[in-house]
Design a protein around this ligand. Structure first.
Ligand code: IPE
Ligand code: IPE
Ligand code: MG
Length: 238
């Protein structure tokens, strides 16, 4: 498929789902599915950047995912440790800047350091921004933003009537990042699972049955082609 003459969405947000199903189909442990998912993610960062996407946001671990078995959460944490270091190399080689959204405070100190090193080590890159959502939940983000905003307003005595959408959004983890244009969910589920609740207000949704570990350049191009057939509306009159 050629993307010639197509509009490349500026911000693509992905719910990478289906690692568990991918593993089950092969009769291997779920952790193997997560490892395969990390390998796909690594490839997709480079592919998204080559495609001309400016912001690529992926949902890697939700605030609800802590409810999974100790074994699975442990396996995911091990993968985070390993892939934070690899991502630093990949991002640096591709001029990609990395940002993290979510509440990192719940992670072990060495994982927090890995996140900080990744963000700090790539902050001057000028290419695609790769946003990694880990221990992320849309409701949690909104609550944390509200708390910071209230504290600031109380401290400064500013008038709460001055709070508008832009002022509120500046307290979200995604401050300075434009809203997604296209949201892709792999593995066929039609739900948001607490992803970017504020930011996805007008994004186009694309759901594919493809399981995340099988996702590739062709699948991304199919999503972009579908996006190009959409008639975007933002609630205005047509
Ligand atoms: C997505 O794959 C990765 C995470 C949520 C960490 P899943 O683990 O949710 O895979 P399924 O939905 O069980 O197939
Ligand atoms: C959403 O997937 C979270 C991530 C992809 C990180 P889940 O697999 O956790 O979502 P549900 O449980 O199917 O809604
Ligand atoms: Mg899932």
């Amino acid at each position: 498929m050629s993307l010639e003459h197509m509009v490349i969405p500026k911000h693509v947000a992905v719910i990478l789902d289906g690692n568990g199903r991918w593993a089950r189909r092969r009769g291997v442990p779920r952790a193997m599915g997560h490892k395969a998912g990390c390998e796909t993610l690594e490839k997709m960062v480079r592919i998204a950047s080559d495609t001309g996407i400016e912001y690529f946001t992926v949902y890697g671990f939700s605030t609800e995912n802590w409810k999974r078995s100790t074994e699975e959460v442990g396996a995911l944490m091990q993968l985070f440790r390993y892939y934070m270091v690899r991502l630093l190399k990949i991002a640096s080689a591709n001029n990609v800047r990395v940002r993290m959204i979510g509440d990192k405070r719940r992670f072990a100190p060495d994982i927090i350091k890995g996140i900080d090193d990744l963000v700090e080590g790539t902050k001057d890159n000028t290419g695609m921004t790769f946003v990694i959502a880990i221990n992320y939940g849309g409701r949690d983000e909104i609550i944390r933003a509200a708390k910071k905003l209230v504290k600031d307003y109380q401290a400064s005595g500013a008038d709460a009537d001055g709070i508008d959408e832009a002022a509120f959004a500046s307290y979200l983890d995604t401050a300075d990042i434009p809203d997604p244009d296209l949201m892709i969910r792999t593995s066929g589920e039609f739900r948001l699972s607490n992803y970017l609740l504020w930011q996805l207000a007008y994004a186009e949704f694309y759901v594919t049955d493809c399981l995340w570990p099988d996702f590739n350049k062709e699948e991304l191009e199919k999503a972009i082609a579908a996006y190009n057939k959409r008639e975007r509306r933002f609630g205005g009159r047509v």
